[in-house]
Design a protein around this ligand. Structure first.
Ligand code: FAD
Ligand code: SF4
Length: 397
């Protein structure tokens, strides 16, 4: 007779809102389930263990002397890609949704963990286990808020599913990888997106109201490679706001503390990562981390155009200058921000160098945040690769 998995006894530990990571909690959803039993080991903010989990998931951890590994994690292959026929209303061209639909259609998986929105609010996340392509497509587009994707973990065990795809961001995937073997699955596929600067639902409202001219009609936004935020509105119009014109003094507290202390922007533990930041404008950036990721990408190869990744420019000076500017909450007048945006777009970093610009800027900012707010966590919480990246820059005290 098999004994009850120890976490099932943890129901008593589940009085609702227990969050051992306290203010650093990213609401990944694990603690909404009896898998809270494993929280000390699994939580990305209590136990940073990316190198160990990389070994388990990909067979090796990053080689810190290899620049691609250092920045983008373990990979077999990187490329730029876009769907020949983009999915209307997807965040980019819909490669994530297409892979998930194909995996269901071709019987590789019985379910897909993804996140739809509630009927009342397009930005309020509602995690589900989709079992049809229609349900997957209803989860397209980013919900740019902290999303408890792992809150459906108990349903997986109860449903008896044996083959599952999980779509998620880094903190969710780190917790998932830790409890992976307890889920009773025969095969888990992990499709990750990069993630940075996420917010609570209230934080999102403040961000939209501070930054967009028409916060109530925004359906979708992205921090783009042209150094501007593109807000897409209900009528299809696009509003562009330069990064350098952001009211950083007002926005400093908007980003969730979890995201201010995260160093897994590139989703190190997914089998396959689909983002945009290392690709030319309009294209998506794909990182195949292992054979499982390769198998997933193969399913859609005939539906996408691809091209090799490229890299141009030198990010270092721009990163160094942005550190004190962000720290002091400097806001440029809009005309100056627009002018700077145009110049940087013309001569600034492109392709993988843009991705490194974004990683450097966020890691230096987050390193300072952890050092000032959680100094006791700094040494163990910041992964070795992030320390090496941050060491390239001069930081204020
Ligand atoms: P779609 O086909 O539209 O599918 C989107 C998928 O994302 C859906 O399956 C849905 O389940 C899932 N999803 C939506 N919201 C969430 C959420 N809150 N948590 C977990 N899963 C979610 N890429 C970069 O290169 N650089 C970035 O800085 C960056 N920041 C991001 C920040 C957030 C909060 C998110 C969710 C994603 C971010 N991405 C980033 C990824 C990028 O914006 C696209 O999601 C990715 O390229 C996939 O596009 P798509 O058209 O293929 O996705
Ligand atoms: Fe629990 Fe996830 Fe929050 Fe950590 S981040 S405390 S695992 S809900």
């Amino acid at each position: 007779m098999t004994s009850v998995a120890p976490h099932k006894k943890a129901k008593a530990l589940k009085p609702g809102r227990l969050r051992p990571a306290k203010e650093l909690c990213s609401e990944c959803g694990l603690c909404d389930t009896y898998y809270i039993h494993y929280v000390k080991e699994a939580c990305a903010f209590l136990n940073q263990q990316i190198a160990e989990l990389e070994k388990e998931a990909h067979g090796r951890s990053r080689d810190l002397d290899n620049e691609d590994d250092l920045y983008f994690g373990v990979s077999q292959e990187m490329m730029a890609a876009r769907k020949k026929q983009p999915i209307e209303g997807a965040q980019w061209t819909g490669i994530v949704s297409t892979i998930a639909c194909e995996m269901l259609n071709q019987g590789l998986v019985e379910g897909v963990v993804c996140v739809q929105n509630t009927k009342e609010d397009r930005f309020q996340p509602m995690p589900i286990i989709a079992t049809t392509p229609e349900e997957v497509l209803a989860a397209k587009v980013n919900k740019p808020t902290l999303s408890p994707n792992l809150s459906v973990l108990e349903q997986i065990e109860q449903s008896g599913m044996k083959r599952l795809l999980v779509i998620g961001v880094g903190c969710q995937i780190q917790a998932l990888r830790t409890v992976e073997k307890k889920l009773g699955l025969e095969k888990l596929y992990v499709l990750g997106t990069p993630c940075v600067d996420n917010v609570s639902r209230e934080g999102l409202q403040k961000f939209l109201e501070t930054t967009s001219k028409s916060p109530d009609t925004v359906v979708h936004y992205e921090f783009m490679q042209d150094f501007r935020i593109h807000f897409k509105h209900e009528d299809g119009s696009i509003e562009k706001v330069p990064f350098f014109g952001l009211k950083t003094n007002k926005l400093k507290d908007v980003f969730a503390p979890s995201c201010m202390s995260c160093f897994d922007y590139v989703n190190s533990l997914a089998d396959l990562v689909v983002g945009y930041m290392g690709a030319p404008f309009g294209w998506q950036w794909i990182v195949v981390r292992n054979d499982t990721g390769k198998q997933m990408l193969e399913l859609v190869k005939d539906q996408i155009d691809t091209q090799p990744v490229t890299s141009k420019g030198d990010r270092k000076q721009a990163v160094q200058q942005s550190i004190p500017a962000y720290d002091k909450g400097v806001t440029l007048p809009m005309w100056a921000a627009k002018a700077m945006g145009v110049v940087i777009d013309k001569i600034g970093p492109k392709g993988l160098e843009y991705a490194r610009f974004s990683l450097d800027s966020h890691f230096t900012r987050n390193y300072l945040y952890v050092k000032r707010n959680h100094p006791e966590k700094l040494e163990a919480h910041v992964p070795e690769y992030a320390k090496k990246i941050v060491e390239q820059y001069k930081l204020p005290e």
